[in-house]
Design a protein around this ligand. Structure first.
Ligand SMILES: Cc1cc2nc3c(=O)[nH]c(=O)nc-3n(C[C@H](O)[C@H](O)[C@H](O)COP(=O)(O)O)c2cc1C
Length: 181
């Protein structure tokens, strides 16, 4: 069974990106899901001086080892001021110091949602452009705009957006299953 890591770019307990992530991973069959909560990997703010003096924190090494076992990644990014949240960017910076291929050349489904009409499109575009430099094989990306209008406890309520996500999740699953090993 393929192992996928799901990770939200948010440390909020009530994160809407965590809700989208959970809904999306439930669309996939025959996978083992490893759910990462950034609150379980609290890290100091990255700095070259800190790294020189203290090396890479144990929590980064732990997370890096979890990433070693992944066959694919689903990432849902919260947007703060048009970019990654500070907690996510900090984690990404630390992970890139442990292994520049953060995403291990594995199939990656990128998503973002926000309460606004752009649905985190700006942070999503940043990730689509840059994650390949960190070893992501970006299979598809999906933005869910106006979260509170388009998502209920049953999941995505907008028919077109739901269809789009299902198609992208299927594409991701195909890529996952096409991998050798
Ligand atoms: C400091 C801050 C900056 C924000 N900037 C944006 C933004 O640039 N674009 C946007 O769509 N929403 C923005 N928001 C609203 C977030 O999208 C909203 O808080 C959302 O719930 C974050 O995702 P999460 O619930 O998964 O953490 C911002 C919120 C905060 C607290």
């Amino acid at each position: 069974m393929k192992k996928i890591i799901t990770i939200a770019g948010s440390n909020s307990q009530n994160s809407i990106n965590k809700k989208l992530l959970s809904y999306t991973s439930d669309l996939l069959e025959h996978i083992e899901r490893i759910s990462i909560d950034l609150n379980d990997y609290v890290l100091p703010v990255y700095g070259v001086d800190f790294e020189d003096e203290n090396s890479i924190p144990t929590a980064v090494k732990r997370l890096n080892e979890v990433f070693d076992n992944a066959d694919g990644f689903i990432v849902a990014l919260a947007e703060h001021n048009g970019t990654y949240t500070a907690v996510f960017k900090n984690t990404l910076d630390w992970l890139s110091r442990a292994n520049i291929k953060v995403w291990r050349d594995k199939p990656t489904l990128l998503m973002a949602t926000s309460p606004g009409g752009r649905g985190g499109a700006t942070v999503l575009q940043a990730a689509v452009s840059y994650f390949p430099f960190l070893g992501a094989n970006v299979v598809a990306d999906f933005s869910l705009p106006s979260f509170f209008d388009n998502f209920s406890e049953d999941g995505i309520s907008n028919t077109d957006l739901k269809k789009e996500l299902i198609e992208k999740a299927q594409l991701f699953e195909q890529q996952l299953n096409n991998q050798f090993q």
